[in-house]
Design a protein around this ligand. Structure first.
Ligand code: NAD
Ligand code: DAU
Length: 333
Protein backbone atom coordinates (compact mmCIF):
# COMPACT_ATOMS: atom_id res chain seq x y z
CA UNK A 1 0.00 0.00 0.00
CA UNK A 2 1.35 3.41 -0.99
CA UNK A 3 0.15 5.62 1.81
CA UNK A 4 0.28 9.40 2.09
CA UNK A 5 0.07 10.62 5.66
CA UNK A 6 -0.35 14.36 6.27
CA UNK A 7 0.71 15.88 9.59
CA UNK A 8 2.96 12.88 10.23
CA UNK A 9 5.51 14.98 12.12
CA UNK A 10 2.99 15.72 14.87
CA UNK A 11 2.01 13.62 17.87
CA UNK A 12 -0.50 11.06 16.56
CA UNK A 13 0.79 11.18 12.97
CA UNK A 14 4.35 10.27 13.98
CA UNK A 15 3.14 7.45 16.21
CA UNK A 16 0.99 6.23 13.30
CA UNK A 17 3.89 6.28 10.81
CA UNK A 18 6.00 4.26 13.26
CA UNK A 19 3.10 1.89 13.96
CA UNK A 20 2.42 1.24 10.25
CA UNK A 21 6.08 0.65 9.36
CA UNK A 22 6.40 -1.77 12.27
CA UNK A 23 3.13 -3.60 11.55
CA UNK A 24 3.04 -3.92 7.75
CA UNK A 25 6.00 -4.99 5.56
CA UNK A 26 4.19 -4.02 2.38
CA UNK A 27 3.51 -0.38 3.23
CA UNK A 28 5.36 2.69 1.94
CA UNK A 29 4.65 6.07 3.49
CA UNK A 30 5.06 9.63 2.27
CA UNK A 31 4.67 12.12 5.11
CA UNK A 32 3.48 15.57 3.96
CA UNK A 33 3.89 18.07 6.79
CA UNK A 34 4.27 21.84 6.93
CA UNK A 35 6.33 21.65 10.15
CA UNK A 36 4.38 24.22 12.14
CA UNK A 37 5.34 24.77 15.80
CA UNK A 38 3.76 21.35 16.50
CA UNK A 39 5.60 19.44 13.77
CA UNK A 40 8.95 17.98 14.77
CA UNK A 41 11.18 15.71 12.72
CA UNK A 42 12.75 14.45 15.96
CA UNK A 43 9.49 12.51 16.42
CA UNK A 44 10.51 10.28 13.50
CA UNK A 45 14.31 10.19 13.85
CA UNK A 46 14.26 6.41 14.35
CA UNK A 47 12.47 5.70 11.04
CA UNK A 48 13.84 8.44 8.78
CA UNK A 49 16.32 6.06 7.09
CA UNK A 50 13.73 3.36 6.47
CA UNK A 51 13.58 2.98 2.64
CA UNK A 52 9.78 2.69 2.88
CA UNK A 53 9.50 6.20 4.36
CA UNK A 54 9.85 9.65 2.76
CA UNK A 55 9.28 13.13 4.13
CA UNK A 56 7.94 16.07 2.09
CA UNK A 57 7.70 19.50 3.67
CA UNK A 58 4.55 21.21 2.46
CA UNK A 59 1.23 22.79 3.32
CA UNK A 60 -2.03 20.88 2.80
CA UNK A 61 -3.55 24.17 1.60
CA UNK A 62 -1.09 24.24 -1.33
CA UNK A 63 -2.97 22.53 -4.19
CA UNK A 64 0.17 22.04 -6.30
CA UNK A 65 2.28 20.26 -3.71
CA UNK A 66 -0.76 18.29 -2.55
CA UNK A 67 -1.47 17.01 -6.05
CA UNK A 68 2.21 16.15 -6.67
CA UNK A 69 2.44 14.28 -3.38
CA UNK A 70 -0.84 12.37 -3.70
CA UNK A 71 -0.36 11.21 -7.31
CA UNK A 72 -0.20 7.38 -7.37
CA UNK A 73 -1.23 6.93 -3.73
CA UNK A 74 -3.48 4.04 -2.69
CA UNK A 75 -4.70 5.89 0.38
CA UNK A 76 -4.45 9.20 2.20
CA UNK A 77 -4.74 9.68 5.96
CA UNK A 78 -5.16 13.32 6.98
CA UNK A 79 -3.77 14.11 10.44
CA UNK A 80 -2.64 17.62 9.51
CA UNK A 81 -4.45 20.22 11.58
CA UNK A 82 -4.14 22.99 14.09
CA UNK A 83 -5.11 21.05 17.19
CA UNK A 84 -4.91 23.02 20.43
CA UNK A 85 -8.23 24.36 21.73
CA UNK A 86 -6.67 27.24 23.72
CA UNK A 87 -4.78 28.49 20.66
CA UNK A 88 -8.02 28.37 18.65
CA UNK A 89 -9.57 30.71 21.21
CA UNK A 90 -6.75 33.25 21.04
CA UNK A 91 -6.37 32.95 17.23
CA UNK A 92 -8.91 30.96 15.19
CA UNK A 93 -7.71 31.89 11.71
CA UNK A 94 -5.06 29.19 11.23
CA UNK A 95 -7.59 26.61 12.38
CA UNK A 96 -10.12 27.58 9.74
CA UNK A 97 -7.41 27.71 7.09
CA UNK A 98 -5.72 24.38 7.75
CA UNK A 99 -8.55 22.33 9.22
CA UNK A 100 -11.25 23.40 6.74
CA UNK A 101 -9.50 24.73 3.61
CA UNK A 102 -6.65 22.23 3.92
CA UNK A 103 -9.12 19.35 4.10
CA UNK A 104 -10.90 20.74 1.05
CA UNK A 105 -7.63 20.94 -0.88
CA UNK A 106 -6.93 17.29 -0.09
CA UNK A 107 -10.45 16.20 -1.06
CA UNK A 108 -10.15 17.95 -4.41
CA UNK A 109 -6.86 16.18 -5.16
CA UNK A 110 -8.29 12.82 -4.06
CA UNK A 111 -11.26 13.35 -6.38
CA UNK A 112 -9.19 14.46 -9.40
CA UNK A 113 -6.58 11.71 -8.96
CA UNK A 114 -9.19 9.02 -8.23
CA UNK A 115 -7.46 7.88 -5.06
CA UNK A 116 -9.20 4.77 -3.73
CA UNK A 117 -9.32 5.72 -0.04
CA UNK A 118 -9.28 8.91 2.05
CA UNK A 119 -9.35 8.79 5.85
CA UNK A 120 -10.05 12.00 7.76
CA UNK A 121 -8.76 12.06 11.34
CA UNK A 122 -11.41 13.87 13.32
CA UNK A 123 -12.24 14.26 16.98
CA UNK A 124 -14.94 13.50 19.54
CA UNK A 125 -15.03 17.28 20.19
CA UNK A 126 -17.26 17.77 17.12
CA UNK A 127 -20.20 16.35 19.12
CA UNK A 128 -19.76 18.88 21.92
CA UNK A 129 -20.33 18.15 25.60
CA UNK A 130 -22.53 15.37 27.02
CA UNK A 131 -23.59 15.11 30.66
CA UNK A 132 -24.53 11.40 30.73
CA UNK A 133 -24.13 8.55 28.27
CA UNK A 134 -22.12 8.72 25.05
CA UNK A 135 -22.43 10.04 21.51
CA UNK A 136 -22.83 7.63 18.61
CA UNK A 137 -21.68 8.33 15.06
CA UNK A 138 -25.24 9.44 14.25
CA UNK A 139 -25.37 12.10 16.98
CA UNK A 140 -25.68 15.73 15.91
CA UNK A 141 -22.57 17.86 15.68
CA UNK A 142 -22.50 20.67 18.26
CA UNK A 143 -18.94 22.00 18.49
CA UNK A 144 -18.01 24.61 21.11
CA UNK A 145 -14.58 25.99 20.19
CA UNK A 146 -13.18 27.41 16.97
CA UNK A 147 -11.01 24.25 16.86
CA UNK A 148 -13.91 21.82 17.08
CA UNK A 149 -16.06 23.96 14.78
CA UNK A 150 -13.30 23.82 12.15
CA UNK A 151 -13.01 20.05 12.55
CA UNK A 152 -16.80 19.71 12.29
CA UNK A 153 -16.76 21.84 9.13
CA UNK A 154 -14.11 19.55 7.68
CA UNK A 155 -16.13 16.43 8.59
CA UNK A 156 -19.18 17.82 6.82
CA UNK A 157 -17.14 18.58 3.70
CA UNK A 158 -15.68 15.07 3.74
CA UNK A 159 -19.16 13.51 3.98
CA UNK A 160 -20.51 15.88 1.32
CA UNK A 161 -17.77 14.73 -1.09
CA UNK A 162 -18.93 11.17 -0.54
CA UNK A 163 -22.56 12.01 -1.11
CA UNK A 164 -22.03 14.34 -4.07
CA UNK A 165 -19.04 12.86 -5.89
CA UNK A 166 -18.85 9.33 -4.48
CA UNK A 167 -15.38 10.06 -3.06
CA UNK A 168 -14.35 6.99 -1.00
CA UNK A 169 -13.96 8.70 2.36
CA UNK A 170 -13.83 7.48 5.95
CA UNK A 171 -13.72 9.41 9.23
CA UNK A 172 -12.44 8.45 12.68
CA UNK A 173 -13.45 10.56 15.67
CA UNK A 174 -11.23 9.78 18.60
CA UNK A 175 -11.18 10.86 22.19
CA UNK A 176 -8.18 12.44 23.98
CA UNK A 177 -4.93 10.71 23.09
CA UNK A 178 -1.89 10.49 25.34
CA UNK A 179 1.54 8.92 24.89
CA UNK A 180 5.06 9.77 23.69
CA UNK A 181 5.93 12.76 21.45
CA UNK A 182 2.91 14.89 22.42
CA UNK A 183 3.64 18.62 22.29
CA UNK A 184 3.80 19.92 25.86
CA UNK A 185 0.84 22.28 25.52
CA UNK A 186 -1.72 19.48 26.03
CA UNK A 187 -2.55 18.61 29.62
CA UNK A 188 -0.68 15.30 29.99
CA UNK A 189 2.79 16.26 28.68
CA UNK A 190 2.48 19.81 30.06
CA UNK A 191 1.71 18.57 33.55
CA UNK A 192 4.31 15.78 33.50
CA UNK A 193 7.13 18.08 32.34
CA UNK A 194 6.09 20.93 34.65
CA UNK A 195 5.97 18.53 37.60
CA UNK A 196 9.42 17.13 36.76
CA UNK A 197 10.71 20.71 37.10
CA UNK A 198 8.61 21.45 40.23
CA UNK A 199 6.64 24.05 38.26
CA UNK A 200 2.91 24.66 38.94
CA UNK A 201 0.21 22.63 37.19
CA UNK A 202 -2.52 25.06 35.98
CA UNK A 203 -5.91 23.34 36.35
CA UNK A 204 -8.75 25.17 34.58
CA UNK A 205 -11.93 25.98 36.53
CA UNK A 206 -12.86 23.42 39.17
CA UNK A 207 -10.88 20.61 37.52
CA UNK A 208 -14.00 18.43 37.25
CA UNK A 209 -14.21 18.39 33.44
CA UNK A 210 -14.11 14.84 32.11
CA UNK A 211 -12.14 13.51 29.16
CA UNK A 212 -12.00 9.93 27.83
CA UNK A 213 -8.32 8.95 27.61
CA UNK A 214 -7.02 6.73 24.83
CA UNK A 215 -3.42 5.60 24.47
CA UNK A 216 -2.08 6.72 21.09
CA UNK A 217 -1.06 3.14 20.14
CA UNK A 218 -4.67 2.01 20.57
CA UNK A 219 -5.82 4.88 18.36
CA UNK A 220 -3.23 3.91 15.71
CA UNK A 221 -4.56 0.33 15.70
CA UNK A 222 -8.11 1.66 15.28
CA UNK A 223 -7.09 3.98 12.42
CA UNK A 224 -5.24 1.13 10.67
CA UNK A 225 -8.33 -1.10 10.94
CA UNK A 226 -10.72 1.57 9.65
CA UNK A 227 -8.33 2.33 6.79
CA UNK A 228 -8.32 -1.32 5.72
CA UNK A 229 -11.83 -2.48 6.62
CA UNK A 230 -14.07 0.56 7.16
CA UNK A 231 -17.04 1.14 4.87
CA UNK A 232 -16.69 4.19 2.59
CA UNK A 233 -18.86 7.10 3.67
CA UNK A 234 -18.81 5.93 7.29
CA UNK A 235 -17.71 7.52 10.56
CA UNK A 236 -16.08 5.50 13.38
CA UNK A 237 -15.74 6.67 16.98
CA UNK A 238 -12.53 5.65 18.78
CA UNK A 239 -12.55 5.97 22.57
CA UNK A 240 -10.61 4.50 25.46
CA UNK A 241 -13.57 4.04 27.82
CA UNK A 242 -11.61 5.93 30.50
CA UNK A 243 -13.77 8.83 31.72
CA UNK A 244 -11.49 10.73 34.07
CA UNK A 245 -11.74 14.17 35.69
CA UNK A 246 -8.83 16.53 35.06
CA UNK A 247 -8.09 16.79 38.76
CA UNK A 248 -7.85 13.02 39.02
CA UNK A 249 -5.39 12.78 36.14
CA UNK A 250 -3.38 15.65 37.66
CA UNK A 251 -3.12 13.82 41.00
CA UNK A 252 -2.14 10.57 39.28
CA UNK A 253 0.69 12.32 37.41
CA UNK A 254 1.94 13.89 40.64
CA UNK A 255 1.68 10.52 42.40
CA UNK A 256 3.65 8.70 39.70
CA UNK A 257 6.39 11.33 39.92
CA UNK A 258 6.38 11.40 43.73
CA UNK A 259 5.55 15.13 43.69
CA UNK A 260 3.46 17.18 46.10
CA UNK A 261 -0.14 18.20 45.36
CA UNK A 262 0.89 21.71 46.40
CA UNK A 263 1.99 22.13 42.76
CA UNK A 264 -1.68 22.27 41.71
CA UNK A 265 -2.94 25.78 40.86
CA UNK A 266 -6.57 26.45 39.99
CA UNK A 267 -6.64 29.08 37.24
CA UNK A 268 -9.35 30.84 35.21
CA UNK A 269 -11.51 28.45 33.20
CA UNK A 270 -11.18 27.99 29.42
CA UNK A 271 -13.98 29.95 27.68
CA UNK A 272 -16.65 27.58 26.32
CA UNK A 273 -14.99 24.68 28.19
CA UNK A 274 -16.84 21.45 27.38
CA UNK A 275 -17.72 19.62 30.58
CA UNK A 276 -17.58 16.02 29.43
CA UNK A 277 -16.74 14.07 26.29
CA UNK A 278 -17.81 10.47 25.73
CA UNK A 279 -18.19 8.37 22.59
CA UNK A 280 -19.89 5.03 21.96
CA UNK A 281 -17.45 2.80 20.05
CA UNK A 282 -19.74 -0.17 19.33
CA UNK A 283 -19.32 0.36 15.58
CA UNK A 284 -15.52 0.03 15.72
CA UNK A 285 -15.80 -2.87 18.17
CA UNK A 286 -17.89 -4.50 15.45
CA UNK A 287 -14.83 -4.41 13.17
CA UNK A 288 -12.85 -6.22 15.88
CA UNK A 289 -11.09 -3.34 17.63
CA UNK A 290 -10.79 -2.81 21.36
CA UNK A 291 -8.31 -0.72 23.34
CA UNK A 292 -5.54 -2.89 24.81
CA UNK A 293 -3.72 -0.46 27.08
CA UNK A 294 -5.29 0.26 30.46
CA UNK A 295 -5.15 3.89 31.57
CA UNK A 296 -3.11 3.00 34.65
CA UNK A 297 -0.43 1.15 32.66
CA UNK A 298 -0.50 3.65 29.77
CA UNK A 299 -0.11 6.70 32.00
CA UNK A 300 2.74 5.07 33.94
CA UNK A 301 4.51 4.21 30.69
CA UNK A 302 3.94 7.74 29.39
CA UNK A 303 5.30 9.39 32.53
CA UNK A 304 8.36 7.12 32.28
CA UNK A 305 8.86 8.10 28.63
CA UNK A 306 8.93 11.86 29.37
CA UNK A 307 11.19 11.32 32.37
CA UNK A 308 13.58 9.30 30.17
CA UNK A 309 13.50 11.75 27.23
CA UNK A 310 14.26 15.28 28.45
CA UNK A 311 16.39 15.69 25.29
CA UNK A 312 13.08 15.60 23.36
CA UNK A 313 10.99 18.06 25.40
CA UNK A 314 13.52 20.44 26.94
CA UNK A 315 14.46 22.07 23.62
CA UNK A 316 10.73 22.46 22.82
CA UNK A 317 10.04 24.24 26.12
CA UNK A 318 11.85 27.40 25.04
CA UNK A 319 11.33 29.84 22.13
CA UNK A 320 7.81 29.63 20.65
CA UNK A 321 6.57 27.40 23.45
CA UNK A 322 7.72 29.82 26.18
CA UNK A 323 6.11 32.82 24.44
CA UNK A 324 2.85 30.87 24.16
CA UNK A 325 3.07 29.72 27.78
CA UNK A 326 3.53 33.28 29.03
CA UNK A 327 0.59 34.52 26.93
CA UNK A 328 -1.65 31.67 28.04
CA UNK A 329 -0.79 31.40 31.73
CA UNK A 330 0.30 34.94 32.60
CA UNK A 331 1.66 35.23 36.13
CA UNK A 332 1.98 31.48 36.53
CA UNK A 333 4.67 31.40 33.84
P1 NAD B 1 -0.30 17.90 16.48
O1 NAD B 1 -0.67 19.31 16.75
O2 NAD B 1 0.65 17.20 17.40
O3 NAD B 1 0.33 17.79 15.00
C1 NAD B 1 -0.25 18.40 13.90
C2 NAD B 1 0.70 18.20 12.71
O4 NAD B 1 0.08 18.79 11.56
C3 NAD B 1 2.06 18.89 12.90
O5 NAD B 1 3.09 18.01 12.50
C4 NAD B 1 1.97 20.09 11.99
O6 NAD B 1 3.23 20.52 11.50
C5 NAD B 1 1.06 19.58 10.90
N1 NAD B 1 0.37 20.66 10.18
C6 NAD B 1 -0.35 21.69 10.72
N2 NAD B 1 -0.82 22.49 9.76
C7 NAD B 1 -0.42 21.94 8.58
C8 NAD B 1 -0.62 22.32 7.23
N3 NAD B 1 -1.31 23.40 6.89
N4 NAD B 1 -0.11 21.53 6.27
C9 NAD B 1 0.62 20.42 6.60
N5 NAD B 1 0.85 20.04 7.86
C10 NAD B 1 0.34 20.79 8.85
O7 NAD B 1 -1.66 17.12 16.35
P2 NAD B 1 -2.14 15.71 16.94
O8 NAD B 1 -2.51 15.89 18.35
O9 NAD B 1 -1.17 14.66 16.54
O10 NAD B 1 -3.51 15.53 16.11
C11 NAD B 1 -3.50 14.91 14.83
C12 NAD B 1 -4.91 14.85 14.31
O11 NAD B 1 -5.73 14.12 15.21
C13 NAD B 1 -5.57 16.23 14.17
O12 NAD B 1 -6.35 16.22 13.01
C14 NAD B 1 -6.46 16.33 15.41
O13 NAD B 1 -7.58 17.16 15.15
C15 NAD B 1 -6.86 14.88 15.61
N6 NAD B 1 -7.17 14.50 16.99
C16 NAD B 1 -6.25 14.68 17.99
C17 NAD B 1 -6.54 14.22 19.28
C18 NAD B 1 -5.56 14.37 20.42
O14 NAD B 1 -5.89 14.01 21.55
N7 NAD B 1 -4.33 14.84 20.20
C19 NAD B 1 -7.76 13.58 19.53
C20 NAD B 1 -8.68 13.46 18.48
C21 NAD B 1 -8.36 13.89 17.22
O1 DAU C 1 -11.07 15.17 22.65
C1 DAU C 1 -10.13 15.15 21.62
C2 DAU C 1 -9.32 16.41 21.66
O2 DAU C 1 -8.44 16.32 22.77
C3 DAU C 1 -8.53 16.69 20.38
O3 DAU C 1 -9.40 16.84 19.31
C4 DAU C 1 -7.66 17.93 20.54
O4 DAU C 1 -6.84 18.12 19.40
C5 DAU C 1 -6.78 17.75 21.76
O5 DAU C 1 -6.04 18.94 21.98
C6 DAU C 1 -7.61 17.42 23.00
O6 DAU C 1 -8.41 18.57 23.35
P1 DAU C 1 -8.64 18.98 24.88
O7 DAU C 1 -9.00 20.40 24.94
O8 DAU C 1 -9.52 17.99 25.56
O9 DAU C 1 -7.12 18.72 25.40
P2 DAU C 1 -6.22 19.57 26.42
O10 DAU C 1 -5.04 18.73 26.75
O11 DAU C 1 -5.99 20.96 25.93
O12 DAU C 1 -7.15 19.68 27.70
C7 DAU C 1 -7.64 18.51 28.35
C8 DAU C 1 -8.44 18.96 29.55
O13 DAU C 1 -7.55 19.57 30.50
C9 DAU C 1 -9.47 20.02 29.22
O14 DAU C 1 -10.63 19.83 30.03
C10 DAU C 1 -8.80 21.33 29.61
C11 DAU C 1 -7.91 20.93 30.77
N1 DAU C 1 -6.65 21.69 30.90
C12 DAU C 1 -5.83 21.78 29.83
C13 DAU C 1 -4.66 22.51 29.89
C14 DAU C 1 -3.75 22.63 28.70
C15 DAU C 1 -6.32 22.28 32.11
O15 DAU C 1 -7.06 22.17 33.10
N2 DAU C 1 -5.16 23.00 32.19
C16 DAU C 1 -4.33 23.15 31.12
O16 DAU C 1 -3.28 23.83 31.24
Amino acid sequence: MRLVVTGGAGFIGSNFVRYMLATHDDVSIVNLDKLTYAGNLENLRDVEDDPRYRFVQGDICDAIIVEETLRGADAVVNFAAETHVDRSISGPQDFIRTDVLGTHTLLEAVRRLDIPRYLQISTDEVYGSIEHGAFTEDSDLDPSSPYSASKAGADLLVLAYHRTFGTPVLITRSSNNYGPYQYPEKIVPLFITNAVDDQPLPVYGDGRNVRDWLHVDDNCAGIDLVLREGAPGHVYNVGGGNDIQNLDITRRILGLLGKDEGLIRFVADRPGHDRRYAVDCAKLHGLGWAPRISFEAGLERTVEWYVAHPEWWRPIKSGEWRAYYERQYGDLA
